[in-house]
Design a protein. Structure first.
Length: 291
């Protein structure tokens, strides 16, 4: 079990905000942090990784305290066995892909782990190339592999796929799931993409102004009790056209545009740009706004 119980005052353009976290994470799960920008998600990851210190509180991983402000315990980042993948790839430009991975090896560590990661993250054809010749998705795959070289206990992912197109995001989501299971990781992901969260996450924590406001299964938090369906897809409302007593709602799901017929009551809460869930109930598609 990973236990986080700490506080830190954060400063922003709108004033001070207290990040107040009291959370227990079951090891081996993939947890997602969700919420508006500035809610404290990235700071939470940085405190867990030891890159920032809380004002007060504790972090306990298994039987070991990584942080305890009362006892003045602060395990340095290099001893926390954490892999961190940022939005920025931060690869060494003067090294090939393989050299970037080898550089991340610990002292005396078997180099076979690099070969294994090259295989499972599909870097074989890229390993002798320089980072500047790679696409964004390829660079992110290298960054993911590099974070795994030391076989971390915890993998932290700070919106690593946010700058990629939909097709590449789906591919990299598959890589993340594969390595999460292969290495038996505890993974903590920051994401604003509801479909990504539902696909990847075992559990969801929603933060708002530094506080945990909701937690639970993603499918429970993003859908209402009245949606009980054989299949569900999430998408974005692109267009709404009223015709007589119905509203035709055009929704972007992945790369496809889907038209759904909604009644006035269903459409009343919808706006262009809303994230919605399309579900099948009694063989009829229904549309439901995601909160």
């Amino acid at each position: 079990m990973i236990e986080l119980a700490f506080q830190k005052i954060l400063k922003s353009a709108s004033g001070e905000m207290l990040l107040d976290v009291d959370l227990a994470i079951e090891e081996g799960k993939l947890l997602t942090l969700y919420g508006k920008s500035g809610a404290g998600k990235t700071t939470l990851l940085m405190i867990l990784a030891g890159l920032l210190s809380p004002d007060k509180g504790k972090i306990k991983v298994g039987d070991a305290f990584w942080t305890d402000t009362e006892k003045k315990i602060k395990l340095p980042p290099q001893k926390r066995n954490v892999g961190f993948v940022f939005q920025e790839y931060a690869l060494f430009p003067n090294m090939t892909v393989r050299e970037n991975l080898l550089f991340a090896l610990g002292k005396g560590q078997d180099k076979k782990i690099v070969d294994h990661l090259v295989e499972i993250i599909d870097l074989g054809q890229l390993q002798d190339r320089d980072p500047k010749t790679l696409s964004g998705g390829q660079k992110q795959r290298v960054a993911l592999a590099r974070a795994l070289v030391k076989k971390p206990r915890i993998l932290l992912l700070d919106e690593p796929l946010s700058a990629l197109d939909a097709e590449m995001r789906i591919k990299l989501q598959s890589y993340i799931l594969e390595v999460h299971r292969e290495f038996k990781l505890t993974s903590i992901l920051i994401s604003h993409d509801v479909s990504e969260i539902i696909r990847l996450s075992d559990f969801l924590i929603e933060l708002d102004h530094g506080k945990i406001i909701r937690q639970g299964l993603p499918t429970d938090l993003f859908t209402s009790d009245r949606v009980n369906a054989k299949f569900q897809f999430t998408g974005e409302v692109m267009k709404m056209v009223k015709q007589d007593f119905i509203v035709i709602v055009t929704v972007l799901i992945g790369k496809d545009l889907v038209k759904v017929i909604a009644n006035d009551k269903e459409a009343a809460d919808l706006n262009i740009g809303d994230r919605v869930l399309i579900a099948s109930k009694a063989f009829n598609p229904i549309i439901h706004k995601i909160s």
